[in-house]
Design a protein around this ligand. Structure first.
Ligand code: SAH
Length: 416
């Protein structure tokens, strides 16, 4: 679970039922407390409504024959999208515009996201008439019609239709919980294998759950379309329910030569899911957001954007200041008076031996500010020096800079 997800520990169901009385009849009491029957569809629905009501002030009305979204899982994805935006300087106070593909009757992602982030807005697409009508009324019922626009599309249309249709349209991010299955047989097989959340309980209609080729071909289509849209969206993302789909989607991302991507994992009980992000922008994500440690998936991971080296010294901030000042052609900003944290801008490699001979420092430093090809931070935390890539398209420039600084730091430590 995401570290900001409050549902890491199960809720106190009795308290929850007090906050949302319709949950009361679903309570099962036992000596140590109370719970609900997770195999019971009505109980599941009341639980989703109760959590949304108590914790987010969201009121939801869902038709019985449409998916009932489990809140902890949906929240995980929203929190990770917040991480993506925060890592690239769009903090809580900044406006951000998202596109939710297949929003469902609940419009759960736009509703949760907009409640948590007062300056976010959405376009939410779907192909299913009943889901679209219900999504609209759920959005209105929560007073969010001004910030969430529903867009009706068709299975044959391009997935990012709202962006393709209007050449001036842009987005900061896209989200998607794709239809998982390729056929009704696939649905039945997965139910048997307990691959996904209990679908027998949270009944979804075929239209919600089935797409030709299953989730992997749906998300691969998104990757293909994104190549054409490029930087009109900063972060393209999607959830994935199968490890095999993750492999296929990363394969297609790499086939397109997209090197700026990331993977995260959502674990809840025995259910494991993934989300992918990719981008054509020069914004770079920290490894904490874009890489996971799951040993089965290491071959799929993107290259590291956070490089670290142990560093033990007395006067860390002043040592780093001296070292950074010895590199020509950089623009260095110290983040805070006390902390050992620096922002570094460079226009080109000015630190290797060949570059140093040319030595036109003033011009280079000016260029580093006006046209930085590398923006990174250097920070000392927990006895480690951490070089974090923030912006730039040239990986070798970032890696070269980090290894130059790390080498200088080692030399300095040896001599003092
Ligand atoms: N976002 C919701 C619903 C996910 S189910 C949730 O997380 O709970 C997948 C949704 O995608 C369904 O509502 C289905 O109708 C919709 N869908 C299927 N094909 C689509 C397409 N081509 N474009 C947009 N939505 C589609």
């Amino acid at each position: 679970m995401h570290s900001r997800n409050p549902y890491t520990i199960p809720p106190d169901f009795r308290e929850l039922a007090q906050a949302y009385p319709p949950l009361q009849p679903c309570l099962i009491s036992y000596s140590g407390g109370s719970s609900i029957d997770f195999q019971n569809e009505v109980s599941q629905r009341r639980l989703t409504e109760a959590l949304l009501h108590r914790d987010f002030g969201i009121s939801l009305d869902l038709p019985l024959n449409r998916l009932c979204p489990p809140v902890p899982n949906r929240l995980n994805y929203v929190l990770w999208v917040e991480d993506l935006l925060r890592a690239t300087r769009l903090d809580e106070g900044s406006p951000a515009h998202g596109l939710d593909i297949g929003t469902g009757a609940s419009a759960i992602y736009p509703l949760l996201s907009c409640k948590l982030n007062p300056y976010w807005s959405f376009v939410a697409t779907d192909v299913d008439e009943l889901s679209l009508t219900t999504a609209r009324s759920n959005i209105e019922r929560n007073g969010l019609a001004g910030r969430i626009r529903v867009f009706q599309t068709t299975p044959e249309a391009r997935i990012f239709a709202p962006l393709h249709k209007d050449p001036s349209a842009k987005a900061d991010f896209t989200m998607c919980n794709p239809p998982f299955y390729s056929s009704p047989e696939d649905v039945a097989a997965s139910a048997g294998a307990k691959e996904f959340e209990p679908i027998a309980v949270c009944t979804g209609a075929d239209v919600e759950m089935i797409t030709p080729g299953g989730e992997s071909s749906f998300v691969c289509r998104m990757v293909d379309e994104s190549v054409e849209l490029g930087e009109r969206c900063r972060w393209y993302t999607s959830m994935l329910g199968k490890m095999s789909s993750l492999k296929q989607v990363i394969g297609v991302i790499r086939d397109h030569g997209i090197e700026n991507y990331g993977i995260t994992e959502f674990v809840q009980g025995s259910t494991r899911r993934w989300a992918v992000v990719w981008s054509f922008s020069d914004f770079r994500l920290p490894d904490t957001v874009a890489r996971i440690t799951n040993p089965q998936l290491q071959s799929l991971m993107p290259p590291k954007n956070t490089l670290r080296q142990p560093f033990l010294a007395q006067e860390v901030a002043s040592t780093l200041t001296i070292i950074l000042a010895s590199v020509d052609g950089l623009r260095v900003e110290k983040a805070e008076v006390e902390a050992a944290r620096f922002m570094i801008y460079a226009a080109k490699n000015t630190w290797s031996r060949a570059a140093r001979r040319k030595n036109k420092q003033d011009a280079q430093a000016a260029e580093a500010v006006s046209a930085p090809n590398l923006v990174c931070s250097l920070e000392w935390t927990d006895m480690f020096l951490e070089c974090q890539w923030i912006r730039g398209k040239d990986r070798s420039l970032f890696e070269g800079f980090a290894s130059h600084i790390f080498r200088k730091v080692s030399e300095f430590t040896e001599h003092h």
